[in-house]
Design a protein around this ligand. Sequence first.
Ligand code: CA
Length: 230
Amino acid sequence: MLAEQTLILIVEDEPAIIELLNFTLKQANWNPVSVNSAEDAWQFLQRRTPELILLDWMLPQQSGIELLARLRADRRHKALPVIMLTAKTMEEDKVAGLDTGADDYITKPFSPRELTSRINALLRRKLPEHAQTVMKLGALSLDPATRVVSLNGVPLEMGQSEVSLLKFLMAHPEKVFSRSQLLDKVWGDHAAIEERTVDVHVLRLRKALGEAGDMVKTVRGIGYMISLKP
Ligand code: CA
């Protein structure tokens, strides 16, 4: 099983907005889960770590901003990408949200398109392998939505594991990853596969890439990277 499902936690108490958010996120290939209160969000975060949180400001009991402060003070969650959702348009509220550590801010009502592009922008900055926008590196391109990899515009044939591996590498060009990091990031923590399986997939990926195969470099004693350098 591949680990690239992108979990987005929605913390919102208005059913109509939850429905709109769920629909929009699924359309964009993300995997939304929603909770109705800050306390439920906190409970959820003890079990699972989402890639991003959409956090409503006005919640029953504890507010979104209080939950955000709690997250930022927590070692495990301080770097979690958070977009605040709010009906507030007051400048001081916006500043308070950003000061507390929100990465971005969306004012209701918002269009699905605006939401998707804000999420993509934040993911590209923080977790680029989860963004749903076409990735390009040299003559190579990869469309996360269709999972089509092209070289000079010509689609290439490759297995799903190779697409996932390439997507992760292309999201972090010029960075070296160990086999165990790649296993964790591409196949997930609980993958019942061995580190040398990564080598097998790298070989298959290079073969599938044809003349671009040497972009996938072996860094001796460390692992693998993708690079445009010869
Ligand atoms: Ca609300």
